[in-house]
Design a protein around this ligand. Structure first.
Ligand SMILES: [Fe+2]
Ligand SMILES: [Fe+2]
Length: 283
């Protein structure tokens, strides 16, 4: 049996996280598949060495980049798309899968993605939060992600959506497991849906009361492709909140390693048990 495991947001620029990855057995997963749903590290050398390390521990590694992976902080890339193309080429040259592939009985479908901000389209996951900063100035992507100059406004969620389309025309058949870094539906973001924002609770418990994550969480475009390819199980990351839910007949799983401080605060449910097994398949 081949086991299929999920993980995301490993952020190996934290030494503690790099050690967590190093400590994954070199033998236990040799017949298994890992779905790694983005946010390895902004540093390209570390990103590449981590991909190779994980590739060597598993029989197959599927990967989609997250926002941190496309930061151009202190590096020589002209923009984040140039960096993305370099990552794609690196994956292709090193047998790391970033496009749909059949493994055992499953089709695994990596979906490239980005978030749709409220001013970029109807497919945004935005919800108004009382007292929010409309500029979301504490969001680091505003400073470290750089899109190409173009005559038309560049909308990254639509760009990556279009990149996926050509691969979704492959003859993908059931059963399908899909994956994206960003969140595919509004329901995933909150403990209850629709959310209730209590200004008193925000004042007392919210560490960043002006930050509204829903502005930069994901896009409904992702869910349209999840459903188009007939996925039954979708792995995502980005929020650093681990969930396992069925919505409209599809199971959505987030299993993030997250930041060391988040783990210490007990915010990443289940990560102390290691990787999350989401399925298994015969060869
Ligand atoms: Fe992350
Ligand atoms: Fe992220």
């Amino acid at each position: 049996m081949i086991r299929i495991f999920a993980l995301s947001d490993i952020h190996v620029d934290f030494n503690e996280n790099e050690l967590w990855i190093d400590n994954l057995s070199d033998y236990e997963y040799r017949q298994d598949i890992l779905l790694l749903a983005g946010d390895i590290c902004h540093n390209m050398d570390r990103l590449q060495s981590t991909l190779l390390k994980l590739r060597s521990k598993f029989i197959k590694l599927f990967f989609v980049p997250g926002n941190h992976d496309l930061w151009v902080r202190g590096e020589s890339w002209n923009d984040s798309i140039e960096k993305f193309n370099h990552i794609q080429n690196f994956c292709r040259d090193n047998q790391i899968s970033i496009h749909p592939e059949k493994t055992g009985e499953y089709w695994i479908v990596p979906l490239l993605s980005w978030y749709t901000q409220p001013f970029e389209g109807e497919d945004t996951l935005y919800f108004h939060k009382p007292g929010e900063d409309p500029g979301n100035r504490m969001w680091s992507d505003n400073y470290f992600v750089k899109w190409p100059n173009s005559a038309q406004p560049f909308i990254p969620s639509k760009y990556f959506f279009t990149c996926n389309e050509v691969h979704l025309n492959d003859c993908i058949s059931s059963p399908v497991i899909s994956m994206s870094h960003f969140i595919p539906r509004k329901e995933m973001m909150f403990s209850q849906y629709p959310p209730v924002f209590d200004p008193e609770k925000i004042r007392k418990f919210d560490r960043n009361p002006q930050f509204n994550f829903s502005r930069v969480a994901g896009s409904e475009l992702i869910d349209s492709q999840i459903r188009k390819c007939g996925s039954q199980l979708h792995v995502y990351g980005h929020q650093h909140i681990n969930r396992d839910r069925v919505v409209d007949g599809i199971r959505y799983v987030a299993h993030c390693l997250g930041y060391p401080a988040e783990r210490r605060r007990g915010l990443l449910q289940g990560i102390d048990q290691g990787l999350k097994k989401i399925a298994q398949t015969s060869r």
